[in-house]
Each structure stands twice: as structure tokens, then as C-alpha cells.
Design a protein around this ligand. Structure first.
Ligand code: 6R9
Length: 830
């Protein structure tokens, strides 16, 4: 069993500490004008007051009708133990200040932070939580639900008083140690070992990574110059940004992921369990078989003229054939560009036009949950568009996915289209490996940025191979025999690095699931865990929250006894979801690796090494080996110790992206110009007093919907393509399941009336232009947008309106027309 301990008292009994936010330095939580407030409550409960309370003591009733008293103490008072639970707040209902009853409202100041407001009694102001999250305009019924949820998460409290003075938070003070049993077999079983390796990795990265790289197969060894195996310039003031690792070394990532294991006698070991969307559809692929399939695709690609350095676009659902296609490209030195098979024809065409492939690989259709998606018709339209714009794809290989749709129902372009099943199986099942330079490109993957044009992130071979394999091994404490399931789609970076390359390079058995976690019911994931005896399960907070909504029963119905390690990726995981994942899914037995990284970083950057140090719910913990994070202020000054700011990285790591395809200038201006001398991640971050890192979300105009990055500008461009939309401004807002939702303010063409029909048409336009996952959740009709006198839209104000934080709009006097703000607020509820 794992032990739970907090710096203060043992979890789950009241471990919260009242802290003043300024002493903790988290900038976006307001500042402290007073000192600490501590509890004088014998039962362990406490509360907080702010200046507006104008009282010296506050008390309330807990469900057990015990009463607590709280009194402000001097700033110098010690950090004595205190606690408070959402349940207590909610069930107590009202607060008493001296003889007066104080209205308490619970608000959320920013994502995942529950805030508590004390104010003069204002009848009718109530707020509640659902799934441990604030539910605006909550009714009494919601409060009941909260109490249920609170039984699990009663210690997720981030409370800020109305002026933002006081913060109650316990996640930072909850330490979850790995169990003795976990530690006993862990690859890195102690903090000392992690520290020693980390120190070495940053002191002498060349020696550190060379030693690890030597564990892989290299046809020719890399060059060593003055003891260095890498060169880098991260400082734009010193010239062009450049990163190279293991240059001169000749290798092949497909060979290392497959042939190496087969040659070591593991041909009949299972490389992949494939589980279809529909229960009952599955297959098992050994390393030997996987290699044969890859060789056949590699041979076919060569036969249609794909050479080393050519791009191949893959637009496929999560069949075994998708990772096979990626590995086949890698085998022949071609560059794969996987486009998530949920992107629209327009987005696909844009990506095709960027890298001009001879060949596109796809499937005719796929079932996602109960829904049929006709992929081939999307591809047809994209290929027609790209032909029109000057690039004709010569060959389109279509996998006949007959579970979803019949061959005869598939539209066909005679000279261009071929069925996968007609051309691949007849290829020889052995194929020459193309030995490539460590710095030869491996793949392109597009990601959203702050402008309308997606960025083609380019990764090369050698460093990416070494780094993804090593991070996989240590962040999940991977050991032979583990069965690893990553729920990501290969259309995103996680499916590249941690469904395909990282695990297979380690010779791991992976589960590849075609479906969605809630189909046919919310127990599907746990059924699959039991079916394959999954030991390591890696998913996204959005999936965890959607499963959490369905309650514990679908989880508990299944044994999950095989699980020993859990993982999270894609967005900050809120402590409530973290604890549910830990306690309910992992039976308080499995450490959770909350892995922070990006398409650009290729591999994990800040992540637990689970046997080495305790976890804190919601923190990605510490940097991986070789990663040197820096938190900087708005002027680019590096902050020390406990602080909040912009997350940057100081020096290169092997799997860093090397450029943006065809646009090195954009690479430099986006990532290296904002803070000179650093790579800028685009994320905000807090480092606590123990050195743990807490990611706080994007600080640019990128919205993270269900862990997928969508640029505000992309959605805006799609909306204004509608002939009745004159202007659009898009912001993110907190969404219960998706993390962030898309909130679009639209100004219509003069004389056009806003209507339900138009709302639907605008949403449809975005679905059509980008893909269904980018569809706005809310359209807000905006006769005018808040702009500065120079015409810049003030998104800060729009974010506040979207978040319902009307009283926190701040200074609107610099607007060209401050009147539009009121107009927007009025229209919010229409
Ligand atoms: C791997 C991936 C990257 C952005 C990143 C950040 C967010 C990812 C996170 C996380 C907090 C984590 N993000 N993992 N935020 N904690 N564990 O998701 O890549 O699609 O490029 O997104 O996702 O905002 O900047 P990508």
C-alpha cells in the first residue's frame, strides 16, 4: 500500500494550510494585504476572511453540526495546521461573522481553482460544484451532488477571498509516496539516484546521452567533436537557432523498434493488442508479424517511387495499419506526416500542400463510438483541392475497413486510388533498412499556434529515438512484462512518441484502441484493462473527467488488479480528477505520472519518475534528465525558488524539434524571440517551495480543448469565411469535461439578424473548415467588440465575459468604445 502524507497532517484528514498567496508568489492569484489566517478550531476545521469581512471571527456549521471559529492572526504567525472542505462550505451554507450572517459564494478564479468569497449578505447568490468543479448558477440540487463527489475530494480546496488575498490549498501540501513494494522494484528507487542522474545529465549532457544512445543499434557511430555529441544555439542574439544531436551517426528507428527485438529472439512476443471500437473485434500482433507488415508497406511505398526524404501523408483511424504505416516510412527514410483523421478536408488539403506527398494513405471509413465517419470522401475532397492548387497526389492507398463501410459504397478515382488489401499483402515481407543520419527528418506533425496557419513541427531521427525511449522507460518505470496502454490517437504527438516509438523501442507490448472510452459504456476502459492485464495506463484528463462523471460503479465493476502505474497528459490535471484517478481507478496503489511536454519537445519534459520521489496531486513534479526549465517574468528575467511566470527551457535536449517545416524564421520568432536565450513553451507555470512544477495552462492565444491545441486565430478565420460574419474573436473558457471550451464572439454583417439558424451555420462552418473537435461551444452575438483605440481586440475582457467574471473586467477606459462591454454582458444571457 502506498502511504499518503502531507507536510501538515495525514491525508485525508484536514491537511490544508492557510497561506497568503503573495507569500507563495503565485502571481495570478492576487496579492496579500494581510497576514496569515489560522484556525482556532479544535476539530481541525478552519476558514478565512478578508478585509471586506470586517470581522475578527467567522464561524460556520459543518454537516456534523460542529462549529468552528476562525480568527485572523498577525502576518508573522506560524504556518499552523488548518483545514476546510468544500463539503463543509456547501453544507454549512452560510457563515457567521460575529452575530452577522455572511454570504459565501464559491467562485473559480482560474482553471481548477475554487475560490471562496465572503461578502455582505446578498440574497440569491449561491454557487455550487459539479464533479468538484464550480457550476455556475448552481441550484440546491447541485450542492447535493457536490457533497457526493466531495466524499472523494473533500480536500481539493483552492480558496481565494474576494480580493484574492488568501489562498487555501492543500494539493501542494499533499505528498503521495510510492509504496515500498513499488520502490523495491523501481528502476530509479530513490531521490538520491534521481538527483545524481539529473546532476550528471545537465553537467555533461554529451556523456550522459551518449551512454544511453550506445544501447541502441547504430550502423555507424556519431561524430564526437571535443567530447561533444551535440551542438546548439538557443540564443537568437548569437545567430540562427540550431540544434543537432548525434550528427554523423547512422541508424534507423524502425530497425531499433522492431528488427532488433526480432533478432534477439522475440519474434513471437506480442508487440500490439488491437482492440476495435466494437467489443469483440480485436487482434494480436507479434513483433515478427509487425515487422512483416511494416516491410510490406515499405516495399510498396518504394515501388510507387517514395524515396528517402520524401513526405507521405497518413490520414487513418487507429487500426494496426496506422503505426505500421509510420514505421514503414521510417524504415525507408521517408518523412511521415500523420493528420488526425478528424481534421476536415480543408485542413488535410493545407497539410498536403505544405509537404507535397506523392502518396496518401487512408481508410474508407471508421466507426467512432456509434458514428460512421466517411474518411475517403474527406480525402477525395482534400485531394481535389490540393490538385486545384497545384499539387496532384499520385497514389491514394485506401484500407478497406469493412466493419465501418463497404468497399462498394466507397467513391473511387480510377488512376489514383488503390485498395490497401490489393497491393500490400502481395509485397515481400522482408525489406532493406535505409540507414539515415541521426539528423535526417523522421516526421512532420502540425500543431496550432497563435496565427491561423498551423505549424509543421519537424523532428529528426537519432535524438528523438534516444529521448522518447528513455523518457518512456523512466516516467512509467517500464519493465519487461508490462502491458502498456496509451489511449492517444497517432494523429497527435502522444500517439507518435508514446504509443508507437517510445514503447516499441523498449520492446514493450502496447494496446492500441480504436474506440472511445465511453462506448458502449463507461466501463469500457476497465474492461480492456482486465482483458489484456494492462499494467500501465496512460490517458488524458478530459477522459478521466468524463469517466468520473459516470461515477465509481463502472470502474469498481472491473478488477483492475493488473494496474501498477497510471499516466496523464495533454493539459493540467485538476487535483479532484487526479485523486479520483488515484483512489478509484488505481485503488490508491498506482503512482500517476503527470507528464508535461509538447509536440515541439517530442518527449516528456517535466514528469514524475515514480519510484524516486513523492507525487503531489496536480503537479508534473520535476524535470526529466537533461531538461533545464526556467521560469521567467515578463521581461525574461529568470526567477529563482518559489515563483510563478512563463515556462522556458534553457538548453537543448535530444528530441527537441529542429525547425518548423519550411519556415525557420517562424520557428525562431515564435519560440526563441519572446525570451532571449530560452525556448519559450507558451505555458504558465508555478514552482512551489519544494521545487515542484505546476503547469497553469497556455498563456498565448491557443485553446486546449480535450488536450488538443486549437488556435483562436484558426477558429476566427473559419468563422469569418461565413458570408454573414463580419468579425470574430475567440477565447477559451472552463469546460467541465474538455478542460477548455471554445467561446466565439461574432459580429455580423450590417443588417443581418442573429438567429438560431445562423448560430448553427457558424458552428457548421468551423466543423467544415477545421474539424468537429474545433466547433465552438458557445456563440456570443457581439454587435461590437472591445477594441483599443488602435483597433486591437482586448481578449482579456472577452475572457472575463466568457468566464462570467463580470466584476473582474478591470480597466475598460482605454477602449475606443467602453459601451460595447455592457452591451456584450447584456447579450450574454440572450
Ligand atoms: C503532449 C501534448 C502541448 C500543450 C502544452 C500544455 C498542455 C500537455 C500537460 C499540459 C499541463 C500536462 N499540456 N501536457 N499541461 N500538464 N501534463 O499534449 O502536446 O498537443 O503539443 O500540447 O498541452 O499547455 O503546451 P501538444
Amino acid at each position: 500500500m502506498s502511504t499518503l502524507s502531507s507536510g501538515v497532517s495525514s491525508f485525508p484528514i484536514c491537511p490544508s494550510l492557510f497561506l497568503c498567496s503573495s507569500t507563495r508568489g503565485r502571481s495570478n492569484r492576487g496579492s496579500c494585504s494581510r497576514g496569515r489566517l489560522t484556525s482556532s478550531c479544535g476539530s481541525g476545521c478552519t476558514g478565512l476572511v478578508n478585509d471586506k469581512c470586517d470581522s475578527s471571527s467567522v464561524s460556520w456549521s459543518t454537516p456534523s453540526s460542529s462549529s468552528c471559529r476562525v480568527s485572523p492572526t498577525a502576518a508573522s504567525s506560524s504556518s499552523s495546521s488548518s483545514s476546510l472542505s468544500i463539503g463543509e462550505f456547501l453544507s454549512g451554507g452560510s457563515f457567521l461573522s460575529g452575530s452577522r450572517s455572511l454570504q459565501c459564494a464559491l467562485i473559480r478564479r482560474r482553471r481548477w481553482d475554487f475560490s471562496v468569497r465572503f461578502m455582505a449578505p446578498t440574497p440569491g447568490q449561491e454557487a455550487g460544484f459539479q464533479n468538484g468543479r464550480l457550476h455556475s448558477a448552481a441550484s440546491k440540487a447541485d450542492l447535493t451532488k457536490v457533497q457526493e463527489v466531495d466524499a472523494h475530494f473533500q480536500h481539493e480546496i483552492h480558496a481565494v477571498s474576494s480580493a484574492g488575498q488568501y489562498v487555501v490549498e492543500d494539493a501542494e501540501h499533499t505528498l503521495i509516496e510510492p509504496s515500498d513494494e513499488f520502490r523495491r522494484t523501481a528502476l530509479i528507487p530513490s531521490r538520491e539516484k534521481y538527483d545524481a542522474l539529473y546532476r550528471e545529465s545537465v553537467k555533461d549532457p554529451d556523456a550522459f546521452w551518449s551512454r544511453i544512445a550506445a544501447e541502441f543499434y547504430w550502423k555507424e557511430k556519431w561524430e564526437v567533436n571535443d567530447g561533444k555529441v551535440h551542438i546548439e544555439n538557443f540564443d537568437i542574439r548569437k545567430g540562427p537557432i540550431k540544434v543537432e544531436w548525434f550528427k554523423g551517426g547512422k541508424t534507423n528507428i524502425c530497425y531499433n523498434a522492431l528488427d532488433r527485438h526480432v533478432e534477439a529472439g522475440r519474434a513471437s512476443d506480442i508487440a500490439m493488442y488491437w482492440e476495435g471500437n466494437e467489443p469483440g473485434y480485436d487482434s494480436t500482433v507479434t513483433f515478427g508479424k509487425l515487422l512483416e507488415l511494416v516491410c510490406q508497406v515499405a516495399n510498396y511505398l518504394r515501388s510507387v517511387g517514395v524515396n528517402k526524404g520524401d513526405a507521405v501523408v497518413i490520414y487513418m483511424p487507429m487500426l494496426v495499419e496506422l503505426p505500421v504505416a509510420m514505421l514503414a516510412c521510417a524504415r525507408i527514410g521517408a518523412i511521415h506526416s500523420v493528420v488526425f483523421a478528424g481534421f476536415s478536408a480543408d485542413s488535410l488539403a493545407q497539410r498536403i500542400l505544405d509537404c507535397k506527398p506523392k502518396v496518401v494513405l487512408t481508410a474508407n471509413g471508421v466507426m467512432r463510438g456509434a458514428k460512421l465517419i466517411n474518411l475517403k470522401s474527406i480525402v477525395d475532397s482534400a485531394l481535389a483541392q490540393s490538385k486545384e492548387q497545384g499539387h496532384a497526389v499520385e497514389t491514394c492507398v485506401v484500407y478497406a475497413n469493412e466493419v465501418a463501410t463497404k468497399k462498394e459504397q466507397t467513391a473511387w478515382v480510377g488512376e489514383r486510388d488503390v485498395w490497401w488489401q490489393d497491393v500490400i499483402p502481395r509485397q515481400a515481407s522482408k525489406s532493406e533498412v535505409e540507414w539515415v543520419d541521426a539528423e535526417d527528418p523522421l516526421f512532420l506533425l502540425y500543431t496550432s499556434g497563435s496565427t491561423g496557419k498551423p505549424k509543421g513541427v519537424l523532428h529528426t531521427t537519432g535524438g528523438y529515438m534516444v529521448y522518447t525511449a528513455t523518457t518512456f522507460k523512466h516516467a512509467f518505470d517500464y519493465q519487461p512484462g508490462d502491458i502498456y496502454w496509451c489511449t492517444a490517437d497517432c494523429g497527435w504527438i502522444t500517439g507518435h512518441s508514446y504509443l508507437t516509438y517510445g514503447p516499441l523501442l523498449n520492446g514493450a507490448t502496447v494496446v492500441n484502441f480504436e474506440g472511445v472510452p465511453t462506448y458502449p459504456d463507461a466501463g469500457r476502459c476497465w474492461e480492456i484493462v482486465d482483458k489484456y492485464k494492462v499494467t500501465i495506463f496512460y490517458t488524458a484528463p478530459t477522459a478521466i473527467r468524463s469517466l468520473m462523471r459516470a461515477g465509481d460503479e463502472p470502474v469498481k465493476k472491473h478488477s483492475r488488479a493488473s494496474l501498477r502505474m497510471l499516466g496523464s497528459v495533454g493539459e493540467p490535471i485538476n487535483p479532484a480528477a487526479w485523486k479520483w484517478y488515484y483512489e478509484v481507478v488505481g485503488d490508491s496503489r498506482c503512482p500517476i505520472s503527470d507528464t508535461w511536454w509538447q509536440t515541439e519537445t517530442g518527449g516528456f519534459m517535466i514528469t514524475p519518475v515514480p519510484g524516486a520521489f513523492p507525487l503531489k496531486p496536480g503537479s508534473a513534479t520535476f524535470p526529466f534528465f537533461g531538461v533545464q526549465p526556467a521560469i521567467v517574468d515578463e521581461n525574461g528575467n529568470e526567477l529563482e525558488g518559489e515563483c510563478s511566470g512563463y515556462l522556458c527551457i534553457k538548453a537543448s535536449w535530444p528530441s527537441a524539434f529542429r525547425t518548423l517545416y519550411g519556415d525557420h524564421a517562424r520557428y525562431e520568432t515564435t519560440y526563441f524571440a519572446p525570451f532571449k536565450g530560452f525556448y519559450f513553451s507558451g505555458d504558465g507555470c508555478h514552482r512551489d517551495k519544494d521545487g515542484y512544477y505546476w503547469l497553469t495552462g497556455r498563456v498565448d492565444d491557443v485553446i486546449n480543448v480535450s488536450g488538443h491545441r486549437i488556435g483562436s486565430a484558426e477558429v476566427e478565420s473559419a468563422l469569418v469565411l461565413h458570408h454573414q460574419c463580419a468579425e470574430a474573436a475567440v477565447v477559451g473558457y472552463d469546460h467541465d469535461v474538455k478542460g477548455q471550451g471554445i467561446y466565439a464572439f461574432v459580429t455580423l454583417v450590417e443588417g443581418v439578424e442573429y438567429s438560431e439558424e445562423l448560430r448553427k451555420a457558424l458552428i457548421a462552418k468551423v466543423r467544415y473548415q477545421i474539424g468537429p473537435f474545433a466547433a465552438p461551444d458557445i456563440i456570443h452575438w457581439a454587435p461590437g467588440l472591445p477594441k483599443t483605440r488602435s483597433g486591437k481586440i482586448m481578449r482579456r475582457i472577452l475572457r472575463k465575459i466568457a468566464a462570467n467574471q463580470i466584476d473582474e473586467l478591470g480597466d475598460v477606459s482605454t477602449l475606443a468604445d467602453p459601451g460595447v462591454v455592457e452591451q456584450l454582458i447584456e447579450l450574454k444571457h440572450k
